[in-house]
Design a protein around this ligand. Sequence first.
Ligand code: SAH
Ligand code: SF4
Length: 373
Amino acid sequence: MVNLLDFDLDALSAHCEQLGERPFRAVQLFRWIHQRGASDFSHMTDLARSLREQLPSQAHVAAPPVVSEQASDDGTTKWLFDVGGGNAVETVFIPEAERGTLCVSSQAGCAVGCRFCATGHQGFSRNLTTGEIVGQLWFAEHLLRARLGLAPGERAIDNVVMMGMGEPLQNYGALLPALRVMLDDHGYGLSRRRVTVSTSGVVPMIDRLRDNCPVALAVSLHAPDDALRDQLVPLNRKYPLHELLAACVRYLDAAPRDFVTFEYCMLDGVNDSIEQARALVRLVRDRVSCKINLIPFNPFADSGLQRSPRERVTAFADVLQGAGIVTTVRRTRGDDIAAACGQLAGEVRDRTRVAQRLARGTIPLLPVEPARR
Ligand code: SAH
Ligand code: SF4
């Protein structure tokens, strides 16, 4: 049985061809699935009868089963999807006045092991398939449309951020067709500017994304220098800041927006001093066109870290803004249901030693000397 959510339109056309069908049949089928949320082939009335009859025995349309749904007081909704083998991943819908954003997971767990991230602390089990990535959007979009009573053609989700569990650029093979489904006019028809891949900095894959499917790019920076970033984002040891920033500059040649967003998680006493704000200005200004998004740290059990006080976040933002860098502070959403950035944990059967290493403190975090505060 193949899951048709695994296919972008090209792959679906190839599949239909194998069944002896003409390519335009794939477009019809793709539209039924993604634009109308259909999974029952017998309802797809304009499909050739031959196709309608062949499909049920060899294909299905299936998102991962939903284990639970939680709603936050602020309207944020979080779903837990069972992806088998004891793993479950989370997806978050964040309604705003002007738009609806879906935060999508790319892996069960994450192998990068960032010091401040709940997913990183769980270790890594496996990559999600394209169908599991697309399935999160397919499920949420059509459920929300029905719930909100939207008219045909109106959509609930117009913004997708690959900021759920996992490092999307360490699952490039499955990510790429998923992005194509999101962008396809016969699929979700999302604007490239409204599909964001967030990465901790997998340099060669930033280049591939630029060549294959440029969408909005967010890069998790979190530190103004390699010494601190090595500790917070272990991938920095492989791809240090000068390589990462050079990749960002190359990306901008093809990007749908003329800036990269740098995410910077504000950790009390770790990366939030005025001096570090100035170092950040020196690092990025005149080098890469960017906006900086400061994210107040969202705590989780045993993180051993604390959120920077509000005044420190404001003072940090003032330094960046004073230097002419557009800076925003991300509003915390859904933290009452552990749906805020970095709190997604799902269930992960760790198959690496990341979780153990973090627990044993072999990925330690050195305290910042008071002089630097
Ligand atoms: N792996 C990708 C995308 C998922 S994380 C990445 O790292 O970019 C999405 C964002 O949440 C990243 O910027 C990440 O650094 C941030 N984040 C992780 N843990 C966090 C926490 N506890 N509090 C606030 N932000 C966090
Ligand atoms: Fe992985 Fe991103 Fe979490 Fe780092 S912040 S552990 S890259 S999900």
